[in-house]
Design a protein around this ligand. Structure first.
Ligand SMILES: Nc1ncnc2c1ncn2[C@@H]1O[C@H](COP(=O)(O)OP(=O)(O)OP(=O)(O)O)[C@@H](O)[C@H]1O
Ligand SMILES: [Mg+2]
Length: 269
């Protein structure tokens, strides 16, 4: 069974890419077969694992627009032991090219069919928008993971994503379930972070991951170095937080109800 997880939030800079890349790395380190799909024309995930985006190479845009073979675009990230579908700036052409196409938001889902069986996990890093690209990710996935920074307006943008995936499920175009909300770039000493975090606990209950990803300089350094943080400084607070998050994610997938009950019990204790 392949778990396909869209990592999305319309709000920019909520650590979508960092979360997708580091979860791929953490799960690949446990021997699982993992694929990272960079669905953002900013190419951040591609660059975050040290690949350069090259306008010459066959691209994901060609797969989505012209139905080219996805396996021709696959790269292997040797250091992280996982596969990557890199992005290119030409992905910006996709929303216009797919406008008015009846199956426009299901292109990624169809493209993944021939390769999906080879993986235990596929993570899709979405752009900071609710565009056709994000809709493609939601239609291709069985789970949605939302990283969010606990600051002003964060809950509003989160709710707009929640209503989008609910609409897609209601129309039958997607069958995606909210796996959870992850608090990222968390600053314990910041009163607003703590306040919004409490609101999230009330609103999302068992759907809020217990693991908090703290603000950690080593994470931003690792991004500039083109490496997941656990390959940059595996003893850093950031690396340990993402390893813990990967463990929690595995538990949630194994026992969704049990893990959500435990979280609710923990909150009421
Ligand atoms: N926990 C953290 N501590 C410190 N820096 C972090 C942390 N998480 C992410 N960053 C940094 O914050 C910046 C934004 O993170 P990232 O690119 O993952 O966000 P994003 O949601 O994917 O952004 P976008 O919306 O533009 O796609 C990056 O420079 C990244 O290195
Ligand atoms: Mg990103």
């Amino acid at each position: 069974m392949t778990e396909i997880i869209a990592v999305a939030n319309a709000k920019g800079g909520s650590a979508k890419t960092t979360t997708a890349v580091n979860l791929c790395c953490a799960l690949a380190a446990t021997g699982r077969k993992v694929l990272l799909v960079d669905l953002d024309p900013q190419c951040s995930a591609t660059v975050a694992v040290g690949f350069e985006h090259n306008a010459e190479q066959r691209s994901l845009a060609g797969v989505l627009i012209s139905g080219n073979d996805l396996s021709d675009v696959l790269l292997h990230y040797v250091k992280g032991s996982f596969d990557v579908i890199p992005s290119g700036e030409d992905l910006t052409a996709v929303p216009v090219a797919l406008y008015n196409e009846a199956d426009g938001i299901r292109r990624l889902r169809h493209a993944l069919v021939p390769v999906a069986g080879e993986y235990d996990f596929i993570f899709i890093d979405c752009p900071p928008s609710l565009s056709v690209l994000t809709k493609n990710a939601l239609c291709a996935s069985n789970y949605l993971l939302i990283p969010m920074v606990c600051d002003y307006f964060a809950i509003d943008s989160l709710m707009s994503l929640v209503s989008l995936y609910e609409q897609l499920n209601q129309s039958g175009e997607a069958r995606v379930q909210l796996l959870g909300v992850v608090r990222t770039l968390f600053e314990e000493e910041h009163p607003l972070s703590r306040q919004i975090s409490r609101e999230l606990q009330l609103q999302f209950k068992g759907l809020l991951f217990d693991t908090l990803i703290p603000y950690n300089e080593r994470i931003s350094e690792s991004t500039s170095a083109g490496r997941p943080v656990m390959l940059y400084d595996k003893s850093s607070v950031g690396a340990r937080a993402y390893l813990t998050l990967a463990g929690e994610l595995l538990r949630k997938l194994r026992h969704p109800q049990e893990s959500s009950d435990q979280e609710q019990d923990g909150q009421s204790a």
